[in-house]
Design a protein. Structure first.
Length: 388
């Protein structure tokens, strides 16, 4: 095991950094828990000192009151500004560790005739709570122990300071071992969780997209379309079916490999024409369907479907589809032959809640486009524009 892997609890730096979001979240939660505990402890001690209970006298009131105030201020930052804490998480971690260990040292100084206990408890507690890099956490623990022992020899008798030294050596050794063991287990859990998420994402992509064109598959397209229809609010939407002209001849004369290339070109042309993000498939679970963004799918074979959004009129839809048709016609794969396609389009009214009904109208318009000569755009009422 290399020193680099030891520093990241037995894993590579790359694997560790992949879990950085989970590490930040875990550290923030633990900081909040420890700070809440710190506030409650000081609150109890403040009450005990005020009432002279359990050997805690009133001379300690300023110490517990100031510690309580510090904890409350820190907790306000944690709860009111969580994004700031996430952004500066390591600063927050080190501030929390410093606050707790300093508190332990001050408790030790306040009881010069007794071996320290609070500092050692807090040292173990912080080692189990926070994930950093091993070497940094060790350096921080050593610095805390060094400050603790320096004050112990300064304010306590040699025999008690010597006893503190013995306890500190044992506890810091235990703390480092526990820190490595516990955080290695946590990082392992984070890595497994990330891998599960990646597998789920890959499965979702496979079940949502057509492998050949990267367009939505039939099932996912229709489910998204239904959701869009349910949430739209007076939004202009058009549904378009696209079917290639003479595709069977392409397969028969040029082979299925060339046919697949044609299908891929059509998919890319649709993605480009609708200005779709080619990488959006990687984040399909985060798609916001309220945003007026078009979606496109492949129904199978040489049939494609699009739900056009973000336009305000039939004229704008015609212009968009004409650009796609012109782009297809300009593609050359067999000499000077371009890709010809027929379009069937229907506009969705405010009463259209069933995508299947709109699909039937678009399919009828597509049939009319084929019958009228192919390679043209046809709305569900009449022919509007032809291609070359």
């Amino acid at each position: 095991m290399t020193s680099r892997s030891v520093n990241y609890y037995g894993y590579t730096k790359e694997s560790y950094l992949e879990c950085s979001a989970l590490i930040r979240l875990t550290n923030r939660k633990h900081i909040t828990i420890l700070t809440t505990w710190f506030i409650l402890i000081n609150l109890f001690y403040l009450v005990f000192s005020w009432l002279n209970l359990f050997g805690v006298n009133q001379e300690r009131i300023p110490f517990y009151a100031s510690s309580l105030f510090t904890g409350i201020v820190f907790e306000v930052w944690l709860l009111v500004f969580p994004r700031s804490v996430e952004k500066h998480i390591y600063l927050a971690v080190f501030a929390s560790i410093s606050m707790l260990l300093a508190y332990g040292i001050l408790c030790s100084i306040a009881e010069p005739y007794m071996p320290a206990t609070m500092f050692l408890i807090l040292l173990v507690l912080t080692s189990l709570s926070f994930i950093g890099s091993l070497f940094i956490m060790i350096a921080f623990a050593i610095a805390g122990v060094a400050a603790f022992l320096a004050t112990s020899y300064l304010y306590k008798t040699f025999s008690i300071a010597y006893y503190d030294t013995y306890n500190a050596v044992i506890v810091i050794t235990l703390s480092i071992a526990l820190h490595y063991t516990f955080q290695r287990t946590r990082v392992s859990q984070f890595i497994l969780y990330q891998r599960d998420l990646q597998i789920q994402k890959e499965l979702e992509i496979k079940s949502s997209f057509d492998a050949l064109t990267s367009l939505l598959n039939r099932g996912r397209f229709f489910s998204m379309s239904e959701e869009i229809l349910r949430m739209r609010n007076n939004e202009y939407i058009a549904l378009c079916l696209l079917d290639l002209d003479g595709f069977k001849q392409i397969n028969d004369n040029l082979g299925h490999q060339m046919g697949d290339k044609v299908i891929q070109v059509v998919g890319k042309t649709i993605i480009s024409g609708l200005d779709l993000d080619s990488d959006q498939r990687m984040n399909i679970s985060a798609w916001d369907l309220k945003v007026q963004r078009s979606i496109a799918g492949r129904l199978g074979g040489d049939e494609f479907i699009t739900l056009i959004r973000g336009k305000s009129s039939r004229t704008e839809v015609i212009e968009l589809l004409q650009k796609i048709l012109d782009s297809l016609n300009a593609q050359h794969f067999d000499g000077d032959r371009g890709i010809h396609a027929s379009f069937g389009v229907t506009e969705l009214s405010s009463q259209d809640f069933d995508i299947d009904n709109a699909y039937k109208r678009a399919d009828e318009a597509l049939y009319e486009s084929k019958r009228a000569g192919k390679n043209q755009i046809h709305f569900s009422s009449d022919v509007l524009l032809g291609g070359d």
